[in-house]
Every structure is written in structure tokens, then in C-alpha cells.
Design a protein around this ligand. Structure first.
Ligand code: ATP
Ligand code: MG
Length: 202
């Protein structure tokens, strides 16, 4: 729903400029891919939007809300973003259903509503039959869909999807599963994006 605006974003690590005046906008319901060679700053850009990296300068906003502008920064847990990391980051000691339920339980959703929502999103990513399995009993693509189901379960405003698998192959499936409420911003090297933006590399 809200537009994500990244304006004049810069970030250095140990004196080496990684992001140099990066500016782009992801509009409502757009699916945008950040493309670029390894090390050019795609993950750094996503992590800055997510709130796990503090930019040196620039502004990031989501709709009317300023996430960071160099003076203020909203913590990651208050940005209402769904995030699927490159490594999926599903919890190995939880079943598929427990992985998806976890963020809902943290948000104090009533038990019955959690069960209904978990069933709904697992059906959406076609994992309903595997709800009782553990991650080590799943393929890579199935684990990726667990991570996607967990990310969309609490209806985030924006989805951040990291990694090349997310924009083709299993990612093709994930695109069709993107909830209608969300914009999506993806990093990777695929070619099926609606629109591409490249971090300006130094
Ligand atoms: N914490 C850190 N300290 C120092 N350098 C870092 C740190 N994190 C990332 N870098 C460097 O910043 C650059 C950009 O990293 P980033 O992870 O954003 O790249 P990327 O575009 O996502 O690459 P890939 O396609 O390989 O995932 C890389 O050269 C990386 O080595
Ligand atoms: Mg990366």
C-alpha cells in the first residue's frame, strides 16, 4: 500500500563507499528487483530499508512515515515489513506450521485465529499438506515458501525478498502469492521483474 522512497542513500564500511547517493521509489503494488554484481550493495540497501543497517546519510520513507532520515530511525520491529532472507532463515526446531505461526503468536493473535491464518497462508503457497514437517524434511524451494508464508502471514505493508531464487523458478510462484496489500522489493539476478533499479555502485 504505501510507497517506499529511498532518497540519496549512502553507506560506507571502514571508509569504503558501498552505496553512493542511491535514489529510487517502489510504488504501491509494484514488484521491483534490485540487480547488480555480487558485492554492489543490494543486501545493504534492503537491510537499510528493513532497519538492520543504519545508513550514513539519506532518507528512507514508507508512505507518510519516515523510517530514517539521518536524525531519527524507527526500529526494525516497528516497520511492519515482511522479510524473506536469502538463506530462508526458517527455524529448524519448528514445524512448517509453527514457523508460520510464530510471528502471529508474538503479535498476540488469538490461538484460533492463528490456526486459521496459518492454514490460509500455507494453502496459498501450496504447503498445506506439509504443515507438520520440519525444515530438514523439505526441499530448498519448499523451505523458501515456508519463509514466504511466514513473512506474509501477518499482512505486512511491504515485502522484502532477498536472493536470486525469489524472482524466478520458485520465485515465480512467490510472485503470484504476493498478497494484494503489499509492494515487493526483491534482490537478485533474474529478468522477470516489473521494473528494475540498480544501486549506484562506487
Ligand atoms: N559488515 C560489513 N563490514 C564490512 N564490509 C561489509 C559488511 N557488510 C557488507 N560488506 C561489504 O559491502 C559490500 C556490499 O555488500 P552487500 O552484501 O550489500 O552486497 P550484495 O550486492 O548483496 O552482494 P551479493 O549479490 O553477493 O549478495 C561487499 O563488498 C561486502 O563485502
Ligand atoms: Mg546480497
Amino acid at each position: 500500500m504505501p510507497d517506499i522512497c529511498v532518497e540519496h542513500l549512502s553507506k560506507s564500511y571502514a571508509g569504503t563507499a558501498i552505496l553512493n547517493d542511491v535514489t529510487f521509489t517502489v510504488k504501491d503494488k509494484e514488484f521491483v528487483t534490485l540487480l547488480g554484481p555480487s558485492g554492489c550493495g543490494k543486501t545493504t540497501t534492503l537491510m537499510a530499508i528493513a532497519g538492520f543497517q543504519t545508513p550514513d546519510s539519506g532518507r528512507i520513507s514508507c508512505g507518510d512515515e519516515t523510517f530514517t532520515d539521518g536524525r531519527t530511525a524507527i526500529p526494525a520491529e516497528r516497520r511492519n515489513l515482511g522479510i524473506v532472507f536469502q538463506s530462508y532463515a526458517v527455524w529448524p526446531h519448528m514445524t512448517v506450521a509453527q514457523n508460520v505461526a510464530f510471528p502471529l503468536r508474538v503479535r498476540k493473535m488469538p490461538r484460533r485465529a492463528v490456526a486459521a491464518r496459518v492454514a490460509e497462508v500455507l494453502a496459498l503457497v501450496e504447503l498445506g499438506d506439509l504443515a507438520g514437517r520440519y525444515p530438514h524434511q523439505l526441499s530448498g524451494g519448499q523451505q523458501q515458501r515456508v519463509a514466504l508464508a511466514r513473512a506474509i502471514g501477518y499482512s505486512p505493508s511491504v515485502l522484502l525478498l532477498e536472493g536470486e531464487g525469489m524472482d524466478r523458478g520458485e520465485g515465480g510462484r512467490s510472485r503470484t502469492s504476493t498478497p494484494s496489500c503489499a509492494s515487493a522489493l526483491v534482490t537478485g539476478s533474474g529478468s522477470c521483474s516489473t521494473r528494475s533499479a540498480s544501486p549506484r555502485c562506487s
